[in-house]
Design a protein around this ligand. Structure first.
Ligand code: ZN
Length: 438
């Protein structure tokens, strides 16, 4: 091939190309018109809805799986066959009035149902597919999107109230209370104490709030002291997350600070020089009284074995737990006991309920703490943490928390003028969560 010919060929090639380009430039006007007539392609539950006649409805009172399929031109021998074949995954008698469902029917003149989709709740559905001779039923779970959120708040009275004013659901309040159950006295929270959280919210369909994920990091400023908490998985085998402070000390201790979750008031502290008002004489109080409503659950502050569970004199209904050869705890004045002598209880297990049996003027639990057989003030003890962070892991932990600490420190506390506005607008999520739960 001569050079001239190649040049010519290349030239025509470029002409063709440029022609093509010119044509392309003209096309959009046309495509626009075509596009307008093409319906949007919609996928739901993994099905291309465009291929079906879609019927969305809710189960009416008295309607059954059979009645619905029959209405959509599936005949009884087949309905029975479907019900029988899927019974391990989906019991068709389980369909309940008021539940939404969807029928995908053939687009031809038969309009016969092909797929039945029963919405268990907002996140999951059961799909019964009988398009082919093989009938299948399976659970469909909508993908959950996890969104990280930040919030900062200030305590005016209680943590619950502060969280509530930020439109945060009680579930998150419980999570935070759990994280700090060993390090913070929730009854001692003061007006002006502040907190910051980095936590997760879960959504389906991008906007429907379905609950909280992890609390990744938190800061509680109590009495102008910063208490950091970072969620970290140190154990790569069991993968159980724990919360640690900025130095890697586990927040969880061998003992809870209180046998009551957090809605209580300390009405009387351990005091060896307590004066009885009327008599003017000294009668030591060797327990800590936590006043709470009758019926409030009482938790074991540490794991151990119940060594006494009885009703006796001034103690009323009480439980005593031996934790190890050093410590034991006792809980008095219960309305009802839940555990028996010899039973092993885990930290946080409910062992009874607040009452006013025995010598007491009001509902409370008198909490007594023994160390080597002697009653001591638990709040004056330096109690052991549950398990220290392994030395070989600590450097990794300190690296891990660096960005989280930075992030926490950069969250702004609500300003004085707008004390109750969170950094994120959580109102919608909270509302959606409520409606989801209902
Ligand atoms: Zn007492």
């Amino acid at each position: 091939m001569s050079l001239k010919k190649i040049a010519l060929l290349l030239f025509s090639f470029f002409v063709l190309l440029s022609c093509g380009e010119d044509k392309k430039k003209e096309i959009p006007e046309v495509t626009k018109k075509i596009k307008a007539s093409i319906p949007e392609i919609i996928y739901e539950f993994g099905y291309k809805l465009n291929d079906y006649k879609v019927v969305k409805d809710t189960i009416k009172k008295g309607e059954s799986f059979g009645i619905i399929l029959d209405r959509h031109h599936v005949f009884y021998p087949k309905i029975n066959k479907i019900a029988k074949e899927i019974k391990d995954t989906f019991d068709v008698r389980r369909v309940r009035a008021g539940k939404p469902y969807m029928i995908l029917a053939s687009k031809d003149s038969t309009e016969q149902a092909q797929v039945f989709i029963y919405k268990d709740n907002r996140a999951t559905a059961t799909i019964v597919d009988f398009r082919d001779s093989t009938i299948t039923a399976y659970k469909y779970r909508k993908p959950i999107k996890v969104v990280e959120k930040e919030v900062a708040g200030e305590i005016f009275s209680t943590l619950s109230e502060a969280m509530d004013s930020l439109h945060l659901n009680p579930n998150l309040t419980y999570d935070v209370a759990d994280i700090y159950a060993w390090t913070l006295d929730f009854y001692k929270l003061q007006k002006g104490d502040k907190f910051k959280l980095i936590y997760e919210e879960k959504y389906i369909d991008d906007t429907v709030f379905v609950g909280y994920g992890r609390v990744k990091a938190a800061l509680f400023n109590h009495n102008n002291k910063d208490l950091y908490a970072y969620r970290f998985v140190a154990d790569s085998i069991q993968k159980i997350p724990e919360y640690y402070d900025e130095e890697g000390n586990m927040l969880r201790s061998q003992f809870l600070r209180s046998p009551i979750k957090f809605q209580y008031r300390v009405s009387s502290r351990y005091n060896l020089r307590r004066k009885i008002a009327y008599y003017g004489r000294v009668k030591p109080h060797r327990g800590t009284d936590f006043a709470a409503k009758v019926g409030t659950p009482i938790m074991a502050t540490a794991s151990g074995t119940v060594i006494e569970s009885a009703r006796r004199g001034g103690n009323g209904n009480y439980v005593k737990i031996r934790h190890n050869n050093i410590y034991a705890t006792q809980y008095l004045h219960m309305s009802k006991r839940k555990v028996k002598k010899g039973q092993y209880v885990k930290q946080g297990d409910i062992i009874g309920w607040v009452g006013m049996t025995g010598n007491t003027s009001g509902p409370h639990v008198c909490y007594r703490f023994w160390k080597y057989g002697k009653q001591v003030d638990p709040f004056k003890q330096k109690l052991p943490s549950a398990k220290p962070l392994n030395k070989s892991i600590k450097p990794r932990y300190l690296e891990f928390i660096k960005p989280l600490k930075n992030q926490l420190d950069n969250i702004e506390f609500p300003s004085k003028e707008l004390p109750l506005i969170a950094k994120n607008n959580l109102t919608d999520a909270a509302k959606k969560y409520q409606s989801y739960k209902n």
